[in-house]
Ligand binder design. Structure first.
Ligand SMILES: [Zn+2]
Length: 324
């Protein structure tokens, strides 16, 4: 293969967030060849937001010797994956019904795809990562929130209006705390990073002894879920208890997902999932008691392949050719 035809197979993956735009060149095997990031301008005019994205893309295109074949973008939802219109994401106030794909096609004259972060990351895991070879993929990224995506027979399941895959806002307690979405007892408000931090602070304020407090320099208010992960790794008992409680919330939720979808793999990504990986066997062992699916215990529960670069890989996966 000549150098020029090799590089023309490169896909530009773009990950737009509230504060930054991450860009990367990705090959047809899902390998990230080069990457960089620029600040996002999210609170100014629509044009300023677009210019920030174009600046990030240009910085990467200049290092792609033979140009790029397509641009895949993951952005915060809600958005319309069919038209590439960004509707009204809370952390991108610059864009309201903004035709992002259309603007970038006009500028770069290559195909442009847009989807939300978790859907795109689910597709990257299916094409190139931990869910390769599986047909009914459920993916969840657990960090400051919980995002989920479903990929069936190699295609993202979008539902009727493009709004499917909001598994983080599936409630497990109708009397539970109110989530940012307005519903009660969503798994996101119960088990994502901020909930872990809040439960830990409450226990420490109640007098619980733990190395977590030392890690926060004695300040209960400075305790975050990251410190719980660190303390657990160092053998702290309270940290273990808090992560176990988190697992006890996630397991019935995953049971609901399994009973609804009958997936052949469950993939977990994000910082909180990495912290919970030592508990994956515990989740698997208890899953059958939360499922009517008789084969729930056979479903692999695995960590995602892409970590912090899930957005770049996800964007690129939207433009990748179908696997043979
Ligand atoms: Zn919610």
């Amino acid at each position: 293969m000549s150098e020029s035809s090799k590089s023309s197979n490169q896909i530009l993956g773009v990950d737009i967030g509230g504060t930054k735009v991450a860009v990367g060149l990705v090959d047809q095997d899902g390998k990230i060849i080069a990457q960089g990031r620029k600040p996002m301008i999210a609170t100014s005019t629509p044009e300023a937001g677009l210019e920030a994205v174009i600046g990030a893309i240009d910085s990467m295109i200049s290092s792609a010797a033979g140009g790029i074949q397509s641009i895949g973008i993951c952005a915060p939802g809600p958005l319309d994956p069919k038209t590439g219109v960004v509707i009204n994401p809370p952390n991108l106030p610059c864009w309201r019904n903004f035709p992002l794909a259309e603007k970038l096609v006009a500028k770069y004259r290559v195909p442009v795809k847009v989807d939300n972060d978790a859907n795109a990351a689910a597709l990257a895991e299916t094409r190139w990562g931990a869910a390769r070879g599986f047909h009914y993929v459920f993916y969840a990224t657990i960090g400051t929130g919980i995002g989920t995506g479903m990929v069936f027979d190699g295609r993202i399941y979008h539902g009727h209006t493009g709004s499917a895959g909001e598994g983080g806002h599936v409630s497990i307690d109708y009397r539970g705390p109110v989530c940012s979405c307005g519903k009660r007892g969503c798994i996101e408000v119960l088990a994502a990073g901020p909930a872990i931090g809040a439960r830990t602070r409450a226990k420490l304020a109640g007098g619980a002894q733990s190395a977590i407090l030392d890690l926060a320099n004695g300040k209960v208010g400075g305790v975050s879920s990251e410190l719980v992960g660190k303390a657990y790794a160092a053998g702290d008992q309270l940290a273990r208890e808090i992560l176990q409680e988190t697992v006890d919330l996630l397991t019935p939720w995953l049971g609901n997902i399994v009973d609804l979808l009958d997936p052949d793999v469950l993939v977990m990504g994000g910082g909180v999932a990495a912290m919970l990986e030592p508990f994956f066997d515990d989740i698997k062992n208890h899953l059958p008691s939360w499922c009517v699916n008789p084969r729930a215990s056979e479903i692999p529960l695995v960590m995602a392949h892409y970590g912090a670069n899930a957005g770049i890989a996800g964007g690129a996966a939207l433009c990748s050719q179908d696997p043979p």
